[in-house]
Design a protein around this ligand. Structure first.
Ligand SMILES: Nc1nc2c(ncn2[C@@H]2O[C@H](COP(=O)(O)OP(=O)(O)OP(=O)(O)O)[C@@H](O)[C@H]2O)c(=O)[nH]1
Ligand SMILES: [Mg+2]
Length: 296
């Protein structure tokens, strides 16, 4: 698929819709290789943390250099809206008309892990289409961060002052998944305190030698330049990943995870299709039948 002619926005939208809703067999037909190009940045955090606003500013900073950027927002409630969720914000709407930017939202309603079913394939597709950076916005609710972490190169966790979720996030170890932690809406009361709390958590943490020390970045929409600090932190993490084959190791892990999740989804499809009468068979027979069905 690499080297195929560029698609129009409408063509991209159509292809993504097709991939997002495809059964496993069709996904395998579309994504024939695992792209190593296309640097992926996950932006996650509680609802309303300012993730979309932050992405708009971040994209502006990153467009100051060469390259093209795709933004995928996984939206937990609304149906696929083709970017309307991000596009309704003025800054995002401006960005959406930039030919170097493509913005898309995906619904996650039916998926078990809170992500869109074929999100890994959609991200691969965008990378194969030549986007040099791919940003993924997800709402952090429990398991989502762990899933996203495996799909991206750099994971950014966005927290805000005064939200109870943060203490939960710290307790749940979600912070462990982040390469960069953002204290966003730092214009609000409590920002300083949140920053100190997070610094303390990060300092207490034992890092494996040669490990990445998560960066803490403070931002506010009132000061668009503050997002330059986030962009720099992403660059530092990217440079770190490129040392010592670290990124290659992550890509291997991503590949393993991708196959595992495709088989899990295929298994789900097979179980749905299994006639009720088959359930009466001895366990071993039933097991073998299901395993055989996976290959069809
Ligand atoms: N005070 C303050 N408000 C902000 C800041 N950034 C964003 N907001 C506001 O916070 C609200 C939510 O912003 P979004 O960017 O939609 O947040 P989000 O995390 O993408 O929200 P969901 O996708 O719904 O989870 C909006 O009303 C923004 O105007 C900030 O730095 N300070
Ligand atoms: Mg949003």
């Amino acid at each position: 698929m690499t080297g195929s002619p560029p698609l129009t926005r409408r063509g991209l939208a159509r292809e993504i819709s097709r991939i997002a809703n495809a059964p496993v067999a069709d996904v395998l037909g579309v994504i024939d290789t695992s792209p190593t190009e296309g640097f992926r940045i996950g932006i996650t955090g509680p609802p309303g943390a300012g993730k979309s606003s932050l992405i708009a500013e971040l994209v502006r900073h990153r467009l100051q250099r060469d390259g093209t950027i795709a933004v995928v927002a996984v939206d937990p409630t609304s149906p696929v809206s083709g970017g309307a969720i991000l596009g309704d914000r003025i800054r995002m709407a401006e960005l959406a008309t930039d030919p170097r930017v493509y913005i898309r939202s995906l619904a996650s309603r039916d998926s078990v892990d809170g992500l869109a079913d074929n999100l890994p394939a959609v991200l691969d597709f965008l990378a194969l289409r030549g986007f040099t950076e791919i940003l993924i916005e997800t709402v952090g609710v429990g398991q989502v961060e762990y899933e996203v972490k495996r799909l991206v190169d750099t994971m950014v966790l966005v927290l805000i002052p005064g939200a109870g979720d943060q203490v939960q996030a710290m307790k749940a170890g979600v912070i462990e998944t982040a390469d960069i932690i953002v204290v966003n809406k730092s214009d609000l009361p409590g920002a300083q305190r949140l920053q100190s709390e997070l610094s303390a958590v990060l300092e207490r943490r034992a890092l494996p030698s040669g490990g990445w020390s998560p960066r803490l970045v403070v931002t506010t929409a009132n000061d668009p330049a503050s997002f330059g600090g986030l962009s720099d932190a992403i660059d530092s993490h990217r440079a770190w990943l490129n040392e010592d084959n670290r990124r290659a190791a992550r890509l291997d892990d991503r590949r393993r995870h991708q196959v595992t999740s495709l088989i899990a989804r295929r298994l789900h499809e097979v179980m749905q299709e299994l006639p009720e009468a088959a359930l009466g068979a001895p366990l071993e027979e039933l097991y073998e039948r299901v395993v055989r069905s996976l290959l069809v």
